[in-house]
Design a protein around this ligand. Structure first.
Ligand code: 6PG
Length: 254
């Protein structure tokens, strides 16, 4: 499965291109199924993308027909500075006409975390962990190759049954328990897009692309294997380790 790779001069132009891509995918999903079911990730990388979508770049986005889900969450209350929900709410969700009832927050404040994971699984609906649930999943990766809260060495990386699990200890700050969608749930999407920037991630990108067989738990992002190859939006620094022929180098328009 050859991933589709687009490389841009910088994160801003990668974000501009991904914003256009998301708008088109959202409109296609609404036309085909009346709804755009979109999973978003936390972290710093997508903040510029979200700001674009809250502005002119999101003018055609089908907000009123979009359902937002979260790839993962820290086990903190929604107002906590570490909350992915808070970050997304402040970045764009509070500034676009998405219906509040269609923003499906992971309840990180619930205890035990396993209860929060089970409740979120119910939010996702019944069916096999790999049944198509989402139109598009937006993911980032860490320098260790993690994605969502699927960290190297975590049993969550090889979970095959449940769509959502609790992670007792994160593999990077904040070292709090987390909730995460599992590879079967993430892989059930019609499309997975990764947005990755920075030289600190180039080794992880290279490791993920070299993972043999595809799906090496040492690089958890490689265990996300949708039916159609993931689409990678990279800046040049993150793509540094890729063979030049591997990536479609997108010019200045981004
Ligand atoms: C989280 C994210 C996580 C993130 C990567 C990249 O909850 O932190 O879901 O998987 O996407 O760690 O984070 P940065 O974009 O901040 O580098």
């Amino acid at each position: 499965m050859t991933p589709r790779v687009r490389v841009f001069p910088d994160l801003d132009r990668a974000s501009a291109a991904l914003a256009r891509h998301l708008v088109e995918r959202g409109l296609e999903a609404r036309k085909a199924r009346g709804r755009f079911r979109w999973v978003i990730s936390g972290g710093r990388t997508p903040v510029g993308l979200f700001a674009r979508l809250a502005g002119a770049d999101g003018r055609r986005f089908p907000w009123s027909d979009t359902e937002v889900f979260f790839a993962d969450e820290r086990c903190v209350p929604p107002h906590h500075p570490d909350s992915n929900f808070r970050s997304a709410w402040e970045s764009f969700l509070s500034r676009v006409p998405v219906r509040r009832s269609r923003v499906h927050r992971m309840r990180g404040e619930l205890r035990p975390p396993s209860l929060a994971a089970a409740r979120y699984a119910r939010t996702l609906g019944a069916g096999a962990p790999s049944s198509p649930r989402f139109d598009l999943v937006l993911l980032g990766i860490g320098p260790d190759g993690h994605t969502a809260s699927l960290f190297p060495g975590s049993p969550a990386v090889t979970e095959v049954r449940r769509p959502v699990v609790a992670v007792p200890r994160a593999g990077q700050p904040p070292y709090v328990p987390r909730l995460t969608l599992t590879p079967p749930a993430l892989s059930s999407a019609r499309e997975v897009c990764f947005l990755v920037a920075g030289a600190d991630k180039s080794d992880a990108v290279t490791g993920i692309f070299r993972a043999r067989p595809p799906g090496d738990p040492r690089f958890p992002a490689s265990c996300v294997q949708p039916a159609s190859p993931p689409v990678w939006f990279l800046d040049r620094a993150a793509a540094e380790g890729l063979p030049s022929g591997r990536a479609l180098r997108s010019g200045g328009r981004g």
